[in-house]
Design a protein around this ligand. Structure first.
Ligand code: 5AD
Length: 361
């Protein structure tokens, strides 16, 4: 690794951030040696905070009906070839009960922006989950809603909310989304979620069309300053029924590099090795963990609907990303020195980490 890359890496680890220009230099200057060094440090930092534990989240894809028309997404409104479905509250509850038996203690309800899921209906579902499984965390990933809606869902017991910002560059945002969607509103939603006390997750796709190094530098700067509890990044993968069908996919290499950078920016962030990463490479998830990720989100959706939640082509839906194959996932994690744990897996508090380092607790 050359002098410059070493200096940048040192600074990133010590200061927990870089300038926009330095982030750019770090990304553009990367090579195998610097990626390895970054991953080594990221893994050390993650071990200090979370040990060898890997948290699992049971992902329930509640609906692929969406009012939005994002250019990259397979379940966009304009995709007439997408076979639509919506789970009933009873079906959702069945997934949760099954997941609980398997050892899951966090459930992520993810879906398109489907108007059927009113605040009333969602609040009833969230309350139902919390009543029957008070030891579990409920995460929502249901897109942009009103401040009032976020508040009601929080009051009903939702603990966390995932809303990827998709890109921190407003011009790039406009290239990925139709004019009726707004970068400002997206960011405003994230601020509201944070203000309501949700553990909040942002994130972006790696290698999305028109993404430049400068866009990624802005993503990293946003992550550095927003300080999310969770951050989801995965490679962009084209979907055949979208305007981006012929665009190249993002790479495993850059995604893993960025996972390491994000781990060094925020040692305590909950960082998933995403399904998209597992989709572009057979060992993508393991590689993600070995770059600093500490979360995996197996699919708990009913088998009959799984293939319909196709955000991108060839999305995994039968292997160890399915919750029923948890034993396989456990084995894979053990084979690289990690342990899948049955726990809520909340974000560690930065203050606690400091105390731990000083031997106070
Ligand atoms: N490739 C990779 N990720 C995608 N997402 C949507 N479409 C794609 C795609 N084609 C991601 C978005 C969204 C999350 C649920 O899935 O970042 O926020």
């Amino acid at each position: 690794m050359n002098e410059k890359m070493r200096a940048l890496t040192d600074r990133l680890e010590l200061a927990g951030g870089l300038s926009l220009q330095e982030y750019k230099e770090l990304i553009d200057g990367r090579d195998e040696a610097s990626a390895e060094e970054l991953a080594r440090r990221a893994v050390n930092v993650r071990k200090r905070v979370y040990g060898e534990d890997i948290y699992v989240r049971g992902l329930i894809e509640i609906s692929n009906i969406c009012r939005n028309d994002c250019y990259y997404c397979g379940i966009r409104r304009g995709n007439a070839a997408c076979e639509r479905y919506r789970l009933s509250p009873d079906e959702i509850m069945e997934c949760v009960d099954e997941g609980y038996k398997l050892g899951f203690r966090t459930f992520v309800m993810q879906g398109g922006e489907d108007a059927w899921f009113t605040d009333e209906r969602l609040c009833r579902i969230v309350k139902g989950i919390k009543e029957s499984h008070p030891d579990c965390a409920v995460t929502l990933s249901l897109g942009e809603r009103s401040p009032e809606s976020y508040r009601r869902l929080r009051d009903a017991g939702a603990d966390r909310y995932l809303l990827r910002h998709e890109t921190a560059d407003s011009i790039h945002y406009g290239r990925l989304h139709p004019p009726e969607m707004s970068f400002e509103h997206r960011m405003e939603c994230l601020r509201q979620l944070r203000g309501l006390g949700y553990q909040t997750g942002c994130g972006f796709m790696v290698g999305s069309p028109c993404q430049t190094t400068s866009c990624i530098a802005k993503d990293l700067k946003f992550i550095e300053t927003f300080r999310p509890e969770m951050c989801g990044i995965g490679p962009f993968i084209p979907h055949k029924d979208t305007p981006f069908r012929d665009m190249p996919a993002g790479t495993l290499e850059l995604t893993c590099f960025l996972l390491s950078v994000i781990r060094l920016i925020h040692p305590y962030v909950l960082l998933p090795a995403t399904t998209a990463l597992g989709t572009i490479h057979p060992e993508g998830r393991e590689r993600g963990i070995l770059s600093g990720a500490n979360v995996v989100m197996p699919n708990l959706s009913p088998a009959a609907v799984r293939s319909k939640y196709e955000l991108y082509n060839n999305k995994l839906n039968t292997g160890c990303e399915s919750a029923q194959q948890l034993a396989d996932l456990k084995k894979r994690m053990e084979s690289i020195g990690y342990k899948v744990v049955s726990a809520r897996g909340d974000a560690a508090k930065p203050t606690l980490i400091k105390e731990k380092k000083n031997g106070c607790i």
